[in-house]
Write a protein that binds this ligand. Structure first.
Ligand SMILES: [Zn+2]
Length: 202
């Protein structure tokens, strides 16, 4: 499941197909416009360099927290301090609301800038931990991808960001590795010249 906070983290993009190419999309106008539209937030595009710098720092801290939560740890006191610093950047207005006979409190962002966006990211991360569970945070099992996501499946066994993409790719890699191992084993039993010619077919 994509959340406001994981989408923010994944602005640091890695080519899941394994080319080794990475792209930091946070400073890109295209990504900024996409992100604001996707989560219905408002801020200036393009964000100024200083703000992008602060966002990168926060993203790095949040990524570190996510990796630790994914490994089963809980947040430390300094993590909570960092999240509070971000929450302070974006105040909200409270409003009572009645939706379908159900009473609730709505929170509306007060500011329309990237500081408010960071506060919303911090709040969204906390909501995932409080309403959900930290150990449902996953880093895609494809080492080239490292996409961060929240596993909302019932049996909580989601290993890949996308089973059709990374899941299939890793299946193919495992299959090839197994085949290579079998070939190597077979190669040892027969004379080396035959083994060499078998290798050259790949
Ligand atoms: Zn992936």
């Amino acid at each position: 499941m994509e959340t406001l906070w994981s989408d923010f983290l994944n602005s640091e993009w890695h080519d899941w197909k394994g080319s080794g190419y990475s792209e930091d999309r946070l400073g890109q106008e295209k990504w900024q416009t996409y992100y604001l539209n996707q989560w219905q937030l408002k801020a200036q595009v393009p964000a100024d360099d200083e703000t992008v710098g602060v966002m990168r720092q926060f993203r790095s801290r949040l990524h570190d927290m996510s990796v630790r939560c994914a490994a089963g740890a809980t947040l430390a006191a300094e993590d909570v301090d960092e999240l509070n610093r971000m929450l302070d950047l974006g105040p909200v207005k409270r409003k009572a609301k009645l939706e379908g006979g159900e009473l609730g409190i709505g929170l509306t962002p007060v500011r329309e800038d990237w500081h408010q966006v960071m506060a919303e990211v911090a709040a969204s991360f906390l909501r995932s931990l409080i309403d959900g569970e930290g150990n449902r945070i996953r880093i895609c099992d494809n080492p080239d991808c490292r996409w961060v996501f929240y596993d909302d499946t019932r049996n909580r066994t989601k290993k890949y960001c996308d089973d059709k993409m990374c899941g299939n790719l890793m299946k193919v890699r495992r299959f090839r590795a197994k085949k290579k191992q079998e070939q190597n084993k077979a190669g040892r039993k027969i004379p080396s010249r035959t083994s060499e010619s078998a290798e050259s077919h790949k």
